[in-house]
Ligand binder design. Sequence first.
Ligand code: SD4
Length: 295
Amino acid sequence: SGSKPLVISTWNHGIPANAEAWKILSTGGKSIDAVEKGVMIPEGDPEVRSVGYGGYPDRDGHVTLDASIMDYNMDTGAVCFLEGIKHPINVARLVMDKTPHVMLSGEGALQFALEQGFKTENLLTEKSKKDWEEWKKKSDYKPVINIENHDTIGMLAIDEKGRVAGACTTSGASWKMHGRVGDSPIVGAGLFVDGEVGGATATGLGEAVIRTAGSAIVVELMRNGMSPFDACKEATHRIYKQHKGRPEFDYLQVGFIAINKHGEYGSYSLRKGFNYAVFDEKGGNRMEDAVYYYE
Ligand code: SD4
């Protein structure tokens, strides 16, 4: 018993992002436009510390951005390791709409953005710079669960016509190595949509999600008949099994959200602490806590 239109997105900043997306969905607009406009809200908010402007930098002090967008019909675009652009999701959208490619990285992505009329800005706020200087004193790379991998926004929407689309954007893991790319811009890892089935997006330790083709697996499990909740749960359990005993297991957190083409949704996370925002006609815009595997 699903509902259309519907939009869901990761973490507390999903609420204002959903509200923005809803303006488009509730007036008969396309889900692809809704997700692009929606995720721009946390991208532009300096208080959101792992997306776009105000995000934590890498260990060399650079804020580097990853973003992807995907439509129901396999149209997709992404940028990774992009610096100085406040809304990487807009650049990802133009990679999709205006180039023969699906991903541009680093300087090439920046060159394309500048050609398209984007302006560069300093994205490292004073606050994030201070935190980085503090971090450098110890330089310990051990992400704090649900905090330093907390703020990626992944959003999925289905419009009145039943078209599913998704977007995902982040400044990635705090204090990552310069040049590190996470799961968020990688189609099949941080985001995957197949209009015949539905879509999924991930948050948490990107390395674990890439290794396991996380979002693609969730969608494939739904294709084979699972509900969004069961698919997120199965993919998360698989990540647990595949990472038990690995050095990063101590700080491993992964969460998925998913929707199917009927407008049903679900979520699951490895550890406690992951929540997501849901907006539909009946229930309005609200937060829900993900079911988790263990505390
Ligand atoms: C990454 N998955 O770059 C991202 C970080 C994240 O919520 O999800 N934060 O690994």
